[in-house]
Ligand binder design. Sequence first.
Ligand SMILES: Nc1ncnc2c1ncn2[C@@H]1O[C@H](COP(=O)(O)OP(=O)(O)OP(=O)(O)O)[C@@H](O)[C@H]1O
Length: 514
Amino acid sequence: MSSSVPRLVMRGIRKTFGPTIALGRVDLEILPGEVHALVGENGAGKSTLMKVLSGAHAPDEGEMEFDGQVYCPRNPLDARACGVGMIYQELSVAPHLTVEENIVLGMEPRKGPFVDRKVMRARAMEALAHFDHPDIRPDVKAGTLSVSAQQLIEIGRSLAMGCKLLVFDEPTSSLAQKDIERLFLLIDRLKAQGISIIYISHFLEEVKRLASRLTVLRDGSVVGTRDVATTEPEEIVSLMVGRDVEDLYPRTERTAGERILAVSGLTGARNKPDGVTLDLHRGEVVGIAGLVGSGRTEFLRALFGLDPVKGGAVEIATPGAGKSKPRDRWKQGVGMLSENRKEEGLALNLSIADNVTLPCLERFGAGGTLSPAKQKSATAAWIEKLGIKCQGPGQAIGSLSGGNQQKAAFARLLEYDVDVLLLDEPTRGIDIAAKARIYEAINEVVTDEKRPRAVIIISSYLPELFGVCDRIAVMSQGKLTRAVPVDQLTPHDVMLVATGKAADLPGGGEVRRS
Ligand SMILES: Nc1ncnc2c1ncn2[C@@H]1O[C@H](COP(=O)(O)OP(=O)(O)OP(=O)(O)O)[C@@H](O)[C@H]1O
């Protein structure tokens, strides 16, 4: 931190949306060459603060300075021209354009009425020199590249403009482990070049690895800024949630009951999954570990009837099974939460109550009439249980923060009350305290005395799988190992199989019974 002039000063930033105070007079200071983490619960105001910084939202009050100059961007392009680049979770690369066209997008160098292709190429090459990535050539179509390469194009776009402050909003959520490590090394290099970074993440391990200071937002206010090296994770979490953290992985005694699902030799049209066999019993949670791209999502999609299969069988022993075709899994008592929030089919203009009750509206009225009061009271119970931060069941779901939308999608699955829950990365984008509530809800459904349900959960976060599951199986190149009880496994065993260094897990594949 060579200079005494801060890179960025945000002072007294206030932003309201109708009755919601998203930010109440926030102050933030970022130094040159500093990686500064921004953490907080879902709905704390992190995205809103960054949207003010990027010119996407005008603040109601407050002022900003960038390198000692007044900074007041009119829009994100203007912000980038002033030196502030944003790298969002949902990438904004244009797939049909080439890498170099993406890098100069909106700032194309001109020669008369035409794009100056020579200057464009030179600018792109200069930006790409930061990455040393063999696949990212200036003339390839961006859409043909992996998610991690597309993320680098976004970063390149900001570097080509000479940005001195980059904002990363949960950048690792769609990346494979090796790409995550590559990104961290890049962030280290950018920092060494004096570029400042604001890093938003729900993973405190990432914050520890990268940041020197962190700021905690709670309910639209800064509750503390700390040096990362000298701050314990427990202190950060209690600052975030405003109280001490209880047990993150609540779990009561579980017993596997009758078999509810039997998958044998399931093979997808494109060989992912590849001959997958798995049994699931009432009262248990089975985890699927594996690297991004190993075929975990494809397995759940094939099992749920979303993608075509070319071989194998799925037997379901729920009260609703047999009455309907395999495509109608919901009617058979099987529900799925997709990893991609956009695919969840949340109707963004409708209220939380409408979204949560939509799949089972018949329960909320009789004779063709609907009782909004019943919809609202059922939804209010989920809002309370999962801690969805909102004004009430009537609020449009599109105006919730990303993590709170994800919680509402989970509430919808629970409200539908299925026997088998298929969960693909259910806590992605969800803060630590809310994760604990989701784990608690999972524990409740599998230990329900009258009707214990069964859960399959995919997660890239091993502590989560070890905390929540009874058995874990590992997916690698479309093939799934036996599901082994968690107390016979270590995370190391799982990683060896996931990375292809071992063929199978140790331990037996038996199900624990009472
Ligand atoms: N366009 C909008 N209209 C109405 N309310 C909004 C809008 N954008 C954000 N809010 C509200 O402002 C508050 C802060 O939301 P924000 O998205 O900044 O939270 P966040 O900390 O980024 O959460 P997450 O971790 O879930 O992404 C929330 O209560 C949210 O519902």
